[in-house]
Design a protein around this ligand. Structure first.
Ligand SMILES: *[C@@H]1O[C@H](CO)[C@@H](O)[C@H](O)[C@H]1NC(C)=O
Ligand SMILES: *[C@@H]1O[C@H](CO)[C@@H](O)[C@H](O)[C@H]1NC(C)=O
Ligand SMILES: *[C@@H]1O[C@H](CO)[C@@H](O)[C@H](O)[C@H]1NC(C)=O
Ligand SMILES: *[C@@H]1O[C@H](CO)[C@@H](O)[C@H](O)[C@H]1NC(C)=O
Ligand SMILES: *[C@@H]1O[C@H](CO)[C@@H](O)[C@H](O)[C@H]1NC(C)=O
Ligand SMILES: *[C@@H]1O[C@H](CO)[C@@H](O)[C@H](O)[C@H]1NC(C)=O
Length: 451
């Protein structure tokens, strides 16, 4: 009869011996006869109660395997990792396991193997063994779950396609169990399904945006097929990877439908008073963002970079919609005429024109000279107007401004607080007006008119 060796300082020798003994015993456990000697002593033999249950644990968490025994007596419980044949614990002593292992027991009846910060390598079969004669054992399995993670190398963050062609957005994710992939649009709109676009004719006939019958809020699969892509399909798509292990992850994939520019203007004619500034606007659809050229009244391309404040051009974009603005300061005789904005990208070029004509300056009634001190001063009328546009800001005393569309009664000469859009007569002010006009946060504003 082999007894478990006493715990000596000869640690390594013991360990090898123990491991060898155990493994040999494991192999010979089956089919061995009941020990006669033991049964004659009427000492109840150790046995297992139930079985070691299979467990799953997410990566990085703690896993606890449980082994229930009865009549342990002087025998000891050991835990063995089967794939590596590693003796992990002997009774309450940790033999291996990088400080991540712990053993606890409940009156030596329930034995728990705690595995902290679970790693993928912890996956596998664990044997709970009692070193009785013969040795007896039970096996349980630990499965390690891995939260989904998007494989960026296999998930292009942007896909460009010419309008009318097909596009495929791809997304791959790792994790255990294998994550399922689904797609949604970031803007919450529906995703067109391939069937809907089966008739490509209507696109060839000029892109009839007839109602979509086949679309879905969410589409599953690693590949999202988009047939006959339209410009309104452009935008961010979200690839969502899920496998039941938190956290679920998502990644943004941008779809860009490229097409030739389309240009339009808000007004084809614009009246501007001599000496006033003007704002010309050009609306362009196009992808990639078209380059724009402004051609002035002289018929020549405007040199915007060296105009000494004469011209200021700006643009703002939202996906394939772009707004280009040209500010022309201090209109003079030569500035009147036809302006043209030409937008060009690699798919084509388009243009639109705006005619700027001179608008007569309303005659200003001569102000009465300072009244004699003996009579009462004429009342200065002050009116207020509310504007729900951009910011308000004070205009320094003495700076003359003109409204975009001056009413007949307006003299174009004002002081006080103004709201955009408006034009100033000086460059310093024009800059301020431009900045403010481009501000995105709308506020309630007051326009103080003093005349
Ligand atoms: C435990 O897991 C193993 C391996 O996955 C499997 O063969 C066995 O049937 C499972 N046992 C139970 C009780 O689910
Ligand atoms: C786009 O996909 C549809 C449906 O799969 C197919 O019928 C069509 O030929 C494809 N078009 C191009 C240009 O590949
Ligand atoms: C677009 O298609 C629908 C249905 O196919 C049709 O009723 C409509 O007149 C078309 N619109 C244009 C602008 O062609
Ligand atoms: C275009 O002009 C119209 C009327 O002239 C105006 O209501 C509209 O706000 C303008 N659009 C933009 C974007 O300025
Ligand atoms: C604009 O004018 C400056 C100075 O005359 C010149 O150096 C520059 O090349 C011009 N730019 C364009 C786009 O014509
Ligand atoms: C406007 O242009 C005219 C003619 O070029 C010039 O005499 C005048 O000083 C300019 N005014 C401003 C405010 O720049």
């Amino acid at each position: 009869m082999v007894h478990p060796p006493a715990w000596t300082s000869e640690f390594s020798t013991l360990l090898s011996l123990l491991l060898l003994t155990l493994l040999v015993s494991v192999i010979h456990t089956e089919g061995q006869q009941i020990d006669d000697e033991l049964s004659q002593n009427h000492v109840p033999k150790p046995r297992f109660v139930g079985s070691v249950r299979n467990k799953t644990a997410p990566l990085g968490r703690e896993a606890i395997l449980e082994c229930s025994v009865e009549n342990l007596g002087n025998y000891k419980v050991t835990w063995i990792k089967m794939d590596t044949e590693t003796l992990l614990t002997f009774h309450t002593t940790i033999i291996a396991g990088e400080n991540r292992l712990r053993v606890s027991h409940n009156n030596e009846k329930q034995w728990f193997l705690h595995i902290r910060d679970v790693q993928t390598s912890d996956k596998g079969a664990y044997m709970c063994q009692i070193n009785s004669q013969p040795m007896i054992n039970q096996v349980g399995y630990l499965d390690v779950l891995i939260p989904p993670s998007i494989i960026s190398e296999e998930t292009p963050s942007e896909v460009q396609v010419k309008e009318g062609l097909n596009a495929t957005l791809k997304c791959k994710a790792s994790g255990y169990p294998t994550p399922s992939i689904s797609w949604k649009r970031e803007n919450g709109k529906e995703i067109p399904l391939p069937r809907e676009r089966s008739n490509l004719n209507d696109l060839a006939m000029g892109g009839n945006s007839s109602k979509r019958k086949f679309s879905a809020h969410q589409v599953s699969g690693e590949e999202l097929q988009l047939v006959a892509v339209r410009r309104e399909d452009s935008g961010a798509y979200l690839c969502i990877a899920k496998n039941g292990v938190t956290p679920t992850v998502s990644q943004r994939v941008k779809l860009v439908a490229n097409f030739a520019p389309r240009v339009s203007v808000n007004r084809t004619e614009l009246g501007v008073m001599r000496g006033d500034p003007a704002r010309l606007e050009c609306f362009v659809e196009g992808s990639p963002r078209p380059e724009i050229e402004w051609i002035g009244a002289s018929g020549l391309k405007l040199n915007l970079t060296h105009s000494y404040g004469k011209y200021i051009s700006t643009f703002s974009s939202h996906w394939y919609n772009h707004r280009y603005e040209l500010f022309v300061n201090n209109f003079t005789h030569e500035d009147y005429g036809q302006y043209l904005c030409r937008a060009e990208n690699r798919f084509g070029s388009r243009e639109a024109t705006i005619r700027v004509y001179e608008k007569p300056r309303p005659t200003v009634r001569p102000r009465p000279t300072r009244p004699p001190t003996t009579t009462a001063a004429p009342t200065r009328r002050t009116t207020w107007r509310w504007f729900t546009t951009m910011e308000t800001f004070a205009i320094p005393e003495g700076i003359e401004t003109a409204n975009e569309v001056p009413s007949e009664r307006d003299t174009g000469r004002r002081k006080g607080t103004r709201t955009p859009p408006f034009y100033a007569r000086s460059n310093a002010d024009l800059r301020l007006a431009t900045c403010s006009y481009l501000s995105i946060v709308p506020t309630l504003c007051i326009l103080l008119l003093s005349h």
